[in-house]
Design a protein around this ligand. Structure first.
Ligand SMILES: Cc1cc2nc3c(=O)[nH]c(=O)nc-3n(C[C@H](O)[C@H](O)[C@H](O)COP(=O)(O)OP(=O)(O)OC[C@H]3O[C@@H](n4cnc5c(N)ncnc54)[C@H](O)[C@@H]3O)c2cc1C
Length: 215
């Protein structure tokens, strides 16, 4: 493999170009090695990351308290139209009224083409983005959004262990549902400081009831 060849890597989680050339070459080498080791006749298990599309205005349709310090928002098109499709692992970027931009994983149902659901933990000593979501984005408020973009595509292996900590459940929940839908051999572990701090406990209990021993 010629690791000095020009490299085109997908942007990082924040959509920024990857600038570190050593890390790019290291990543290219590891991609090459993984491709060689896992070559198979079936399509690649990780689809390529999708491009960030245009900015669109969405409206907050509902806002729910999901756990201590965690709210979920359902975002819809102002005209009630369909939204671009997404796959588990995808996120959107909110352009908050202050000008801050923050990324949030989609944690609803990809089959629902009319609503995106996100869940946001308030970071008390953060830079203010999560607090702004909690304090200013209520029902009926419009917010600019880019995406969805997927930098964390679901690797649909036959046997999967999904592990999430706290708010990290957001991209994992749709993956667990997708694994169940595909009939894969999956397990999900969700950890947290306390039950009260863990979002989507009721939905996870439903998943557990439908798939005993997997959650
Ligand atoms: C692809 C992506 C998806 C995300 N999905 C969610 C989500 O579903 N729900 C949610 O509440 N937040 C999510 N985040 C984090 C979110 O974008 C904001 O960083 C968070 O709301 C805190 O913003 P802040 O301005 O309050 O504080 P910030 O100053 O932005 O962050 C506060 C603290 O959170 C840490 N942090 C920021 N991003 C991450 C990350 N991705 N993983 C671990 N720690 C991080 C920072 O290092 C800092 O210590 C995601 C981030 C990315 C890049």
């Amino acid at each position: 493999m010629d690791i000095s060849a020009p490299l085109t890597r997908p942007p990082d989680l924040y959509g920024r170009p990857r600038s570190d050339s050593f890390m790019q070459k290291l990543a290219a080498f590891s991609d090459h090695a993984v491709t060689r080791l896992t070559r198979r006749s079936t399509p690649p298990r990780r689809p390529p990351a999708t491009e960030m599309p245009v900015i669109r205005k969405l409206v907050v349709a509902t806002k729910h308290q999901e756990a201590e310090d965690v709210v979920s928002l359902r975002l819809a098109a102002p005209d009630g139209g369909t939204l671009p499709p997404w796959q588990p692992g995808a996120h959107i970027e909110l352009h908050l009224p202050s000008g801050r931009k923050r990324q949030y994983s989609l944690c609803g149902d990809p089959a629902d083409r009319y609503r995106y659901r996100i869940a946001v933990r308030r970071i008390a000593n953060g830079a203010g983005g999560s607090a702004e979501v909690h304090d200013t984005l209520g029902d009926g408020v419009r917010v600019a959004v880019t995406g969805p973009r997927n930098a964390f595509p679901f690797a649909a292996e036959a046997s999967i262990l999904l592990i999430a900590g706290g708010i990290g459940i957001t991209p994992i929940l749709p993956m667990a549902r997708e694994a169940a839908r595909r009939g894969l051999d999956w397990r999900l572990v969700h950890t947290g400081r306390s039950r009260g701090s863990m979002p989507f406990a009721a939905e996870l209990a439903e998943l557990a009831a439908a798939a005993p021993g997997r959650v």
